[in-house]
Design a binder for this molecule. Structure first.
Ligand code: HEC
Length: 230
């Protein structure tokens, strides 16, 4: 299952797919559960935006266009300048704080100081913000608001137009601050397999029964199978 560790954006989707691919035939035979998803259902789910920009929709925006939108829809939690109101997340600044140690200092992880890819900003806002009304923004609005947040982090100009051709090319300051998982039992493939990958997995155990989580003494959960790739 080494493909799981190769890409932040595909991490969950990749792992989930592999496990499902393993588990589906058995579940279908035994329990008659599940249906084959339609291409439309897969398209609705497969909308993540990769660090190389694949997945970015048509549309565009500038920080100038994004400022009023941000002030209306985001600032009451994240602050007019991304400084965060109360304990809502800070979105701007914090540069050069990541190596600070408590109690002398405190790392301030923001979009500008911490995030390695600008694509994550679009992807995140597109899916999850504004917090009380996720998925309410159009692509143009997400481009514009993202541009404004990048502008607050001094990463784009106020009138710089961002679209799917240039959005992912913005170089984030902390892009080299992430390392591959150094644990010896976590394989690092030289080239991630994206198609017809060899499926070589072993069931290594089952998650234990959760105390008190089952409806009755006689009803036992099937347990969750755990798979470990070679
Ligand atoms: C009601 C308060 C609220 C509003 C309004 C809101 N957010 Fe958020 N935002 C949150 C919370 C809470 C989180 C953290 C969510 C989590 O960690 O699951 C968050 C997280 C974020 C993050 C990720 C921060 C990080 O470093 O992890 C971004 C980027 C963001 N919001 C952008 C926006 C944008 C853009 C808007 C407006 C379109 C917006 N938010 C509106 C509350 C809000």
């Amino acid at each position: 299952m080494s493909v799981c560790a190769t890409s932040m954006r595909k991490l969950f989707a990749g792992c989930a797919l592999l496990v499902l691919a393993q588990a589906a035939p058995a579940a279908a035979e035994d329990l008659g559960l599940g249906v084959v998803p339609t291409p439309e259902q897969i398209a609705g789910w497969d909308k993540d935006i990769r660090p190389d920009g694949v997945g970015l929709p048509d549309g565009s925006g500038t920080a100038e266009e994004g400022e009023p939108l941000y002030l209306e829809k985001c600032a009451y939690c994240h602050g007019d300048f991304g400084e965060g109101v109360g304990r809502w997340p800070v979105l701007a600044g914090g540069f050069d704080t990541l190596s600070e140690q408590w109690p002398e200092g405190r790392p301030e992880k923001t979009v500008g100081s911490y995030w390695p890819y600008s694509s994550t900003l679009f992807d995140y806002i597109w899916r999850a913000m504004p917090f009380p009304e996720p998925k309410s923004l159009t692509p143009d609005e997400v481009y514009a608001i993202s541009a404004y947040i990048l502008y607050l982090n001094d990463l784009v100009e106020y009138d710089q137009r961002l679209d799917k051709t240039n959005f992912a090319q913005i170089e984030m300051p902390n892009r080299d601050g992430f390392i591959m998982d150094p644990r010896p039992d976590v394989p690092i493939p030289e080239k991630p397999c994206m198609k017809d990958c060899p499926v070589d997995t072993t069931v290594i155990g089952r998650a234990g029964q959760v105390e008190g989580a089952t409806p009755g003494e006689d009803v036992q959960p099937a347990g969750i199978e755990m798979y470990l790739g070679e």
